[in-house]
Design a protein around this ligand. Sequence first.
Ligand code: GRF
Length: 322
Amino acid sequence: MPNPPAKVAIFISGTGTNMAALLYASRAEKAPFEIVLVASNNPQAEGLALAELEGVATFAHSHKGHSREDHDAAMEAAVRESSAQYIVLAGYMRILSDAFVERWAGRILNIHPSLLPRYKGLDTYARAIAAGDSHAGASVHLVTPELDAGEVLAQARVAIAPGDTPESLAQRVKLAEHQLYPRALAEYVARGSDPEYLYARVAELALALPETHAKDSHGSPGFRVGTEKSGRFFAHFSVRHHGSEHVAVLVKTSGMDELHGLTESQPEVYFRPAYYGASGWVGVILNRPDVDWSHVGEWLERSWRTAAPSRLTRQLNAAEPF
Ligand code: GRF
């Protein structure tokens, strides 16, 4: 069953051509996101009128005469009201407060008109031309408290022509942005149900534990501790096995009582896997919103401890801060 589209709020301040590109992309069949709100700090923003015309909910609240915190709070209340899961900045000319950004960590994206990390801030086209660069471009990145410094998710390169002015270059970069942003957002919201991405996250955590290696078992990837020859499994990665919808990591509980308790009390997080469940393994579901990866890491370590020789667990205990 495909996941329902992710709900997205877009913040704009001006013309909103990127907003329009995202909106029309969201209306394609099987688009993995839908636009539930277009919000602005500028009640006159042209993009608001377009969103209204297209039947999208809008919210406008001028920042003038308000502290940054109060203005952010009004914008955030509108986002919550719309039940958006992601905020996408598209020409939003306000810096968001650190607290706001931290609350939405991993769920706010921005598009910046340069090939980051080059040319953070303003006047990016003029700076790229003045530097004699062969290419300008655009970057979609996660928003963190430091301006234009979050993880870059995708980039588009745009060749600089000999006679380019900042204006002529900006026009072509915009065209590239309109292609880039919908694609980058689609990939980003879909990665929470993409087995390849989820496997990579699990592998990173599992292989950070001492003396571990990846090894298949019954055709599925797993992780063992110990030597290649005689290691023991402490985790299995499971993709929609035996009719289940889950992408999950299977880890070892202390036994049937704990397994039962977990699956009864938090069925949205845990399930009893086929076969492995009989020997006390629990499935931690990964293809769900808001996976807490440090929690997954704790389970992996716990499971590793049950399988690791005491020589290694002693080593890990000694290395851990008390
Ligand atoms: C874009 O150039 C984008 O890179 C920058 O702001 C501009 C927004 O333009 N962050 P528009 O309002 O989407 O036309």
